[in-house]
Write a protein that binds this ligand. Structure first.
Ligand code: CXF
Ligand code: ZN
Length: 367
């Protein structure tokens, strides 16, 4: 069928709305009519080819919409179902079989290969190949044909699809790192480096977990002010000096039980680790350029007993964790909608500028 998609033609090129041909769903595939799609930093990373994926491509990986058609063998959704889209995975490797699909052995091919894992694409323009299935989706489009493993059914009709897409990436990444991976004890302390969408989702989840000291660290005063509104008990502006010293002050010299690095800037990981209390745990969420390195102090590490965990997509099983986040939202305990500002699909360029300038924490394009 004919669809409209935002195409990136070459490295760093603008998103251009174009008429495309979308393949019908094959075995185990689903066609989704997109209602909305969030904007995530990873879309910029691919647009600018900091991580390669074949271009031209339709990006977008925080989609939400309605199932329009299903191919043979689809068992989890039917036409008319409301769905959130998330990453794809093979379902059969050791990680997938252990309930850890984010660590799928084929994660690259299924999410960054520019098409289905067999190399085919679902999108063409005048017969020419356009990369599809970005992060299992390519949701900057009016429609997408995706694997049934990429969709999560959402029955809660009172929750608008316009806000749900970001649960498929940024929000589950931050919230899952806290609720699934670190699981901080009630009454514990956490420092969150980076107050963007991932950091703010982690902040909201830290409140859910009962953390009583929640320190947001950022370089933008506006974002820190917003973090306070969301429930940060303390904020640290890195422009005011060494954030590690500030965290030590706040915690009376003890350090924090948990720290999260969401910025993708390697030296910030060192700061997160240095902020830890004895036996503290740090989580690495930010995607640094491939090959990045950082030096860590090791001489006093045994006595400190600290640990570090790299965490993709909040260790989420999307079909389990996204409904859980929606239950928390409906209970008033996880108001992630505060992060969102919507833009018409045609204003995709403005949405990216607003995100890059930090004016909007989570832009969402409405199709
Ligand atoms: C990504 C970050 C890069 C590795 C895969 C997961 N998260 C999506 O934005
Ligand atoms: Zn993302």
């Amino acid at each position: 069928m004919k669809v409209t998609g935002a195409v990136v033609a070459g490295s760093g090129a603008p998103f251009e709305l174009m008429d495309l041909d979308l393949a019908d769903p094959g075995p185990a595939e689903v066609r989704v009519r997109m209602v909305a799609c969030g904007v995530c930093h990873t879309d910029q990373v691919i647009r600018d080819q900091l991580v390669p994926m074949p271009l031209p491509a339709v990006l977008g990986h925080e989609g939400a919409g309605m199932v329009e058609a299903v191919g043979p063998g689809v068992t989890n959704v039917a036409p008319g179902d409301r769905v959130v889209l998330s990453f794809n995975s093979c379902g059969t490797c050791s990680a997938c079989s252990s309930g850890a699909p984010g660590y799928c052995a084929e994660f690259g091919a299924y999410n960054f290969g520019g098409g289905r894992p067999d190399g085919s694409t679902s999108l063409t323009c005048g017969g020419e190949r356009v990369s599809s299935h970005f992060f299992g989706q390519s949701s900057f489009a009016t429609h997408a044909t995706v694997s049934m493993r990429s969709v999560v059914r959402v029955d809660d009709e009172d929750v608008p699809l316009e806000i749900l897409g970001p649960l498929g990436c940024g929000i589950q990444t931050g919230a899952g790192a806290v609720l699934n991976s670190l699981a901080p004890e009630a009454g514990s302390s956490i420092a969150i480096f980076g107050a963007g969408a991932v950091g703010d989702a982690a902040l909201l989840a830290s409140r859910v977990a009962g953390c009583t000291t929640i320190i947001a660290v950022d370089r933008m005063a506006k974002r820190l002010e917003f973090a306070r509104e969301l429930g940060a008990t303390h904020t640290v502006d890195v422009a005011d000096g060494d954030p590690v010293a500030a965290i030590m002050d706040i915690t009376a010299g003890a350090g924090v039980n948990y720290a999260l690095e969401t910025t993708g800037v390697p030296p910030v990981l060192r700061q997160a680790v240095d902020s830890l209390a004895i036996r503290g745990v740090a989580g690495l969420l930010g995607q640094a350029p491939i090959g990045s390195e950082v030096a860590l102090e090791t001489g006093s590490s045994l006595l400190r007993g600290w640990s570090l965990k790299a965490i993709i997509e909040g260790d989420s099983v999307p079909q389990v964790f996204i409904p859980r986040l929606i239950r928390l939202y409906r209970a008033g305990l996880f108001p992630f909608d505060k992060l969102i500002q919507t833009f018409p699909f045609a204003e995709i360029g403005d949405a990216f500028v607003a995100s890059e300038h930090g004016e909007v924490v989570k832009p969402v394009l409405v199709m």
